[in-house]
Design a protein around this ligand. Structure first.
Ligand SMILES: *[C@@H]1O[C@H](CO)[C@@H](O)[C@H](O)[C@H]1NC(C)=O
Length: 436
């Protein structure tokens, strides 16, 4: 309403000036009173954000090295990422690095905020394309397909304990030279949840963040498992059980949740929204892009075994959010790897009553999305076919799909309900962003 009225005056420039002035005003207030937290803005986080801003402003070179950006064009993008509304002007060498002249001399403050090439956000709720382009690649579709083909045809040449979570799991060496974590479900719903979550990730367009996963039936007499017959005897695995093989990835390291979610017990979570990114460097923003997908994914699958389990542990471990996040690791190129999704969809849906008090606030704490992910969610909402599409993909991709079975009708409905809720939440974020 307000927006339309002002636009009706034919005075768009005035609107931009007002918007910019209010942003500047807000920001200078925060600078002037760093110790005064806003609503839902914990003291500690306020301090560290200002610290981040200072670091980002004085030492962009350091973050740039961490990102490993090679070309000058990339450096320009990097600088663009650093520049947020209300931030001090860039150092004078900024333009010269790209070999381009600076844009014609519009006085800086009159440039409309939304047109700064700089913004890591577009349309109020989507990560910018420049930022998304910085996200380190995960497992490509080709690489995944070729590993799955090889792993399905390979023999398991050894099984080792350790390195793959629960004591019932094993690290397998395959005859093609690759390795895989073999997960044996104490309960078959764990393997089912793992496999279905994996294929849901494809449906959402985020599968590159998950290590390739295949199902296998353990048969000591069958060709694939024959070389490890002795080890199988000592494993207590049931003959004929279906296990999952997830590609082993070297040199993964721990991931601590971004400051935004380092809630303390009893505190409300901050919101990941366009207005809350000040002071974050490019590496942090690139990581948040991946986290925004992760939180949607974990909400849809009701996976309680990641950030949510950390939030739960806050009750007895006030520093838990400063520790590694369960089942989330970082690849050597910096990309996040969403590991071990066996709590998703089946087990998670059975325990909704217990975990949604954590899952829901986490979802609501995210108001920035990858546009492609939001589009998938919108389509699945519009066509009301989330479970049908998941079943189709699962059957197409996984030869053992029929063995483990699919979601029950009730679970399929829960999936659709959660898709609908995520879609509604995205619309809510959009409306909120438009009203600012
Ligand atoms: C993992 O780290 C080791 C030791 O730093 C290194 O030799 C190896 O090449 C790394 N592997 C990969 C796949 O990055």
């Amino acid at each position: 309403m307000r927006r339309a009225g002002l636009a009706g005056l034919g005075s768009v420039a005035v609107l931009w000036l007002l918007a910019l002035a209010s942003l500047l005003g807000l920001w200078s207030q925060r600078l002037a009173a760093p110790g005064v937290p806003g609503p839902g803005f914990p003291r500690e986080a306020a301090g560290s954000r200002l610290g981040n801003l200072r670091r980002a402003a004085v030492a962009p070179g350091e973050s740039r090295r961490r990102l490993g950006l090679a070309s000058q064009a990339a450096q320009k993008t990097f600088r663009a990422l650093l520049t947020l509304p209300g931030q001090p002007p860039e150092p004078p060498d900024a333009a010269s690095e790209s070999g381009q002249e600076p844009p014609p001399a519009l006085p800086r403050r009159q440039r409309p905020a939304a047109e700064l090439p700089a913004s890591p956000v577009r349309g109020g709720i989507f990560w910018s394309r420049a930022l998304e382009a910085q996200v380190p690649p995960g497992f490509s579709a080709e690489e995944t397909a070729s590993w799955l083909r090889a792993a399905r045809a390979a023999r398991v040449v050894s099984l080792e304990r350790g390195g793959c979570g629960r004591s019932s799991n094993r690290l397998a060496r395959l005859s093609d030279g690759s390795r895989a974590c073999v997960r044996y479900g104490i309960n078959p719903e764990q393997i089912q949840g793992e496999a279905l979550s994996y294929h849901l990730a494809e449906l959402l367009g985020i599968q590159e963040r998950l290590p390739p996963l295949a199902l296998s039936r353990v048969e000591a007499r069958g060709g694939q498992w024959a070389p490890v017959r002795e080890e199988l005897r000592g494993s207590h695995w049931a003959e004929g059980a279906v296990v999952s093989l997830a590609r082993w990835v070297d040199n993964l390291t721990d991931v601590v949740a971004p400051a935004l979610w380092r809630a303390e017990a009893g505190r409300r979570l901050q919101t990941l929204a366009a207005g809350e990114l000040r002071g974050l460097g490019p590496a942090q923003l690139v990581e948040l892009v991946q986290w925004s997908d992760l939180i949607l994914f974990d909400y849809l699958t009701a996976n309680f075994d990641r950030l949510v389990s950390n939030l739960f542990s806050l009750q007895w471990d006030p520093r838990v959010m400063h520790r590694a996040t369960s089942n989330l690791l970082r690849a050597p190129n910096g990309g996040l790897v969403f590991l071990d999704n066996e709590a998703g969809l089946v087990h998670g849906y059975r325990l909704l009553a217990m975990w949604d008090q954590y899952n829901e606030p986490l979802l609501r704490s995210v108001c920035l999305f990858r546009e492609a992910t939001a589009q998938r969610v919108r389509e699945l909402h519009r066509l009301r076919n989330a479970a049908a599409e998941l079943r189709r993909l699962y059957r197409t991709r996984e030869p053992l799909a029929e063995t483990l079975g699919f979601l029950s009708d009730q679970q399929a409905q829960l999936l659709q309900d959660r898709v609908d809720l995520v879609h509604k939440h995205i619309l809510h974020c959009k409306a909120k962003a438009a009203s600012l």
